[in-house]
Design a protein around this ligand. Structure first.
Ligand code: DGY
Length: 438
């Protein structure tokens, strides 16, 4: 199919997943608004329908809690196609949660800051877009303030996540190390995801027991951040999450400067402090000399989780590694993930026994990570590898359609059924549009 038709299909996917004031990631499997999906979807809309891009962000921020927190799912509608829904999550337990929207009590990688900058980059009417940015940017600042005040118990400039669903990389093999330290009850519940998608492509029942157990602990403590920091068996400093936060910090600094109102100087100053401290700690604490990449730090059990995943390379996107480290990281990426019979970039180390190229975040290629890595590689001047990252991303979509994730093994693509998980998936369409037009 020619690129023009494929781009029109991507636009159709986004328009079909648009629900008046927000987008769903895809029908049935994910029927509500998800935090990082929403941000990345807005980047796609910005190329052909800026009012929708702005509305997407406005609705997301409308669900912000009074303490600055932004939830990972906003339950706009009632539906029984998803578990666990609002009655399980019970965001009302937190005294500062939104009174207007039911949501989860966990968050997701804070993409909003850099998304606003992307809207500005893409806009054909920058003055108008800047006005929009001016109307929402303080809410995003408040979200960052929440993170640094509530999620950084040791005052390092690095924030923790307390649940694997906060990472975005939901069932990564990295979490297996944490599941080994836990022994949750066997819960009785009815999964819905596996009625829409082959169970071989989704997390196991036992993994869900862990996921639910962590939420139960948080709920018993009314989602209080201090209590969670004290009691959650899952407490991790994630390199993807923190890289996204730092990237967004930098975007907020740049945007406040462009807005140029001197009332914002204190905010710029504060963001710069978070940025300097966070960058330093990120490079000191999350880099593993032996592996030559960034890894996760398990704050509960006080150790590095020494596994290489696509999150290990995300710091390139936020301009965090030195040139020397970046070179080493990219060598490792190409050595382990860049074999010519593989598409870039598997979500988990293809040379590990935990790698599974069909199962969600245990190996498949994801368009959102490829998109971040593409911009990161380009920023460091790795033009040839960036070009391959982009071409591979376009090719997996051309081969299969706008799926949620894709098999990394090229031979599996011959019959056009190497796309897995949800179909007509919004961010795959949105970021495809961005890659074609950047
Ligand atoms: C799911 O239900 O798998 C979602 O990705 C959680 O965010």
């Amino acid at each position: 199919m020619c690129m023009k038709n494929l781009q029109n299909n991507a636009i159709t996917v986004l328009n079909n997943n648009w629900k008046d004031k927000f987008s769903i990631p895809c029908a049935k499997l994910y029927p509500f608004q998800w935090f990082w999906d929403s941000g990345l979807i807005a980047i796609g809309f910005a190329h052909f329908d800026m009012p929708k891009a702005e509305k997407e962000i406005e609705t997301l921020l409308d669900a912000q809690w009074s303490n600055g927190f932004i939830p990972h799912i906003i339950f706009h509608t009632e539906t029984d196609t998803y578990f666990p829904g609002p009655d399980f999550h019970r965001s009302d337990l937190h005294p500062e949660s939104s009174k207007k929207y039911k949501s989860t009590g966990m968050t997701q990688p804070p993409v909003t800051g850099f998304v606003l900058e992307d809207l500005y980059r893409i806009s054909k009417d920058r003055d108008a877009t800047l006005k929009f940015i001016e109307s929402v940017i303080d809410k995003v600042y408040k979200n960052h303030e929440y993170f640094y005040n509530q999620r950084d118990p040791q005052d390092e400039g690095l924030v923790y996540i307390y649940h694997n669903w906060e990472s975005g990389t939901d069932n990564s093999p990295i979490w297996d190390d944490i599941w080994d330290t836990m022994n949750p009850p066997e819960y009785t519940f009815e999964r819905r995801d596996t009625t829409h998608v082959d169970a071989a492509q989704r997390p196991s029942k036992r993994e869900y027991d862990h996921y639910l157990h962590i939420i139960e602990i948080a709920k018993q403590n009314n989602y209080n951040d201090q209590k969670i920091a004290e009691l959650s068996p899952f407490l991790v400093q994630d390199p993807l999450f923190n890289a996204v936060l730092l990237k967004s910090n930098q975007s907020l600094i740049d945007l406040y400067r462009i807005i140029g109102n001197k009332n914002n100087n204190d905010k710029i100053h504060q963001l710069q402090k978070w940025q300097d401290k966070g960058t330093k700690s990120f490079n000191n604490k999350l880099y593993d000399e032996e592996l030559g990449v960034y890894v996760h730090y398990d704050l509960r059990n006080e150790k590095l989780l020494k596994h290489i995943s696509s999150s290990s390379f995300a710091p390139l996107f936020a301009n965090l590694p030195s040139e020397t480290r970046a070179e080493k990281m990219v060598d490792i990426m190409m050595e382990k993930f860049g074999n010519p019979d593989q598409y870039l970039c598997a979500s988990f180390d293809p040379t590990s026994d935990r790698f599974n190229p069909k199962k969600y975040w245990r190996g498949p290629v994801w368009v959102n990570l490829n998109w971040m890595l593409y911009y990161g590689l380009k920023q460091y001047g790795f033009y040839d590898i960036a070009k391959r990252m982009k071409q591979d991303t376009i090719e997996i979509i051309e081969n299969n359609g706008f799926y949620e994730y894709f098999d990394s093994r090229k031979e599996e693509h011959k019959n056009g059924n190497a796309g897995y998980g949800g179909h007509n998936f919004s961010w795959s369409a949105a970021l495809f549009i961005d890659l074609l037009n950047e």
